[in-house]
Design a protein around this ligand. Structure first.
Ligand code: SAM
Length: 281
């Protein structure tokens, strides 16, 4: 390849058949591959008969190596970035490199493919219209609980990554902070032999995990359902004031509908409160 482009190439998260023909072609044709761990990626290279030279780009050398790689692009080389598995930059190195390359005015092209968070979300059965991804939560339980407390009232699906060392402790913290009844899904070893997707209330999932030590092994995507709307439907003084003003001018149904679209609360909850305010409930 002669065009100075950085290709961000996704690689399998388990099943090698998920390597796309375009990913293989790109890795074969670039001048250099920047890999998170060259020894780890050597197996992938061997499997797909890719002989392109590799260079290590990991969290500890990325800023320094990014400058060197920008120079390689300036010299007319095409470069591919890969991580140990999945999509680079997603809880993996590459952010500083992509920033530096874009800043230097070179093109960055995605060669799309596997990503554990998207794979887990797509089979979880939880709402996908809106979600947030938080990567790995803090390793210590106190920090993790603090983060979870910030997420407790979020109304959409939340996706985390977790390692086998901490999955039991993290699920315990989810039960204690988010509540035993919150819907939780664990997507484990996706695309691999022991792939398991298990969901239920947080308490069910915890019991399932503790009951079988084998289910605690491997890699996990943790998916937490958003808070139920009624958990959010604490109608406050401000909403009540708005409703009172609207009720002075409009019929109950109309007032509740307008208050709902202005406040984000459920129409039914506001209708019930309006009845109370008018002494009809
Ligand atoms: N860049 C990767 C991606 O696109 O998914 C993620 C890299 S991050 C260092 C590794 C974490 O991703 C694991 O600890 C786990 O939480 C999740 N993960 C990676 N592969 C997985 C798989 N096959 N099944 C479930 N989770 C996986």
């Amino acid at each position: 390849m002669t065009v100075a482009v950085l290709y961000v190439v996704s690689t399998p998260i388990g099943n090698l058949d998920d390597m796309s023909p375009r990913a293989v072609k790109t890795l074969q044709n670039v001048d250099l591959i920047a890999a998170e761990d060259t020894r780890h990626s050597a197996r992938l290279m061997q499997h797909f008969a890719i002989t392109t030279p590799m260079l290590a780009l990991h969290d500890h050398n990325e800023r320094h190596k990014a400058q060197m790689l920008v120079q390689k692009l300036a010299d007319g080389n095409a470069i591919a970035l890969i991580s140990d598995a999945g999509t680079p930059l997603i809880s993996d190195p590459g952010y500083h490199l992509v920033c530096a390359v874009r800043e230097a005015g070179f093109q960055v092209v995605p060669v799309v493919g596997p990503c554990a968070l998207i794979a887990g979300l797509s089979v979880s059965g939880l709402a996908t219209d809106r979600f947030s991804f938080y990567g790995f939560l803090p390793a210590k339980s106190s920090g993790r609980k603090q983060q979870l407390a910030l997420l407790r009232d979020v109304g959409h699906t939340q996706v985390l990554y977790e390692s086998p060392h901490r999955i039991v402790a993290t699920v315990a913290d989810i039960v204690s902070v988010m509540g035993a009844e919150r819907q939780l899904v664990l997507a484990r070893e996706l695309t691999k032999t022991f792939e398991t997707v298990y969901g239920g209330t947080a308490l069910d999932v915890q019991a399932w995990l503790l009951a079988d030590h084998n289910q605690q092994k491997g890699e996990f995507v943790v998916l937490i359902a958003g808070a139920e709307p009624q958990e959010l439907d604490e109608i406050g003084a401000e909403e009540e004031r708005m409703l009172t003003l609207l009720l002075a001018e409009l019929p109950i149904k109309k007032a509740a509908a307008i208050a709902a679209s202005l406040s984000g609360h459920k129409k039914k909850a506001l209708y019930d409160r309006a009845l109370q305010l008018q002494g009809k409930a």
